[in-house]
Design a protein around this ligand. Sequence first.
Ligand code: AMP
Length: 403
Amino acid sequence: MATRTLEARFEHMSVNDPSDGSRFQKSKPSQLAHSTSRPNLFKVALQSQKSNTVTATVTLPSQAAQWKGSTAQANAPPTSPSKREKLAAAAAAAARSSDELAVVEQRPQPPSYVDQPLTPKQFHLGMFEIGRPLGKGKFGRVYLARERSTGFVCALKTLYKAELQSCRAEGQVRREVEIQSNLRHPNILKLYGHFHDSKRIFLILEFAGKGELYKHLRRENRFPEWKAAQYIAQCAAALRYLHRKHVIHRDIKPENILLGIHGEIKIADFGWSVHAPSRRRQTLCGTLDYLPPEMIVRTGKDGSYNEKVDLWSLGVLTYEFLVGEAPFEDTKAMTERRIARADMTIPSFVSPEARDLIKRLLVLDPEKRLPLEDVEQHPWILKHCVKGSRTGKPEQKSRRDGN
Ligand code: AMP
């Protein structure tokens, strides 16, 4: 029922780009406050957490300790010691390593909460227990958090209003909130809601247990082909969903991709994304290494571009996963020149199938890039992805085929 309601909301989704005249007023940050028009999202969040973990719920082994000692907890009223002890005991029992997620026995969800009729949910900081910091962004920190009444684990992103204003980044946040909160896909990071106080804006995000993909890539230097193929298949599925909703991400790169607890792709950072029903945009944005030629040299008629920009970025991503660096990495001027000519060299250790996919995506003419449906059916993807499951490890054979 909640899913249907969301789908229905989708049909009427209207996401405005601030550059086109946003619905949010710059001088009224309160309009970014409680999204009472989305009363059912928290229920959906609960249900999705329930259904994703049918027999188990996840918690951090180190989470309980962090709950006890966290300085950030000063922001919120304390939890009862018995509850903390229970959590600590469950967590300790499941602990494998201090940083890894462990699966512990499911704590029963309060059915009355989940089943209650849709009521507007007003979020505020006191509703959350704040855990360890998960990372630091440009405008604030991200914390592991847990909604007190339900135990729902999420990531709470804090953004300082003053910093947003001084960097004129309010538009970016509005875009992120408006677009991301309307998206529901297993490979797209969910935004459950938002609220604010006098100084900060808080985004309630899905917790991506394995953190930044970029860090994994740096640690491993480059991914084996089976892993790269599974990641690319998931990215393609997420992008196909976005494009169906007329959303262009425009900033696909490893830094903007997180990994869920099962190692699945979670596309995040919709700060540069745009809802473009006309499918043609004219703003220059994104990161140079991942920018397509049409956004650098403005080859398109009237200098515009469309959702095919994300296909180019997917090609760059495929290359970087397999090689360990982006294909056009160079000085700024040289990168631009090389992108404009699609001038790249694919090392010989890359398999012929992967090489074929990269070449079909990094095509100068946007209209000739391999469509996403065909990416998902490409021989390299099919070889490494078990049908119906694109997050698991490969069969022994494909793992040996690896690099
Ligand atoms: P951001 O401000 O979005 O760039 O986030 C800063 C850092 O916090 C990221 O680089 C991640 O390491 C971490 N982070 C952000 N969001 C999440 C999330 N939903 N789950 C886990 N870690 C996150």
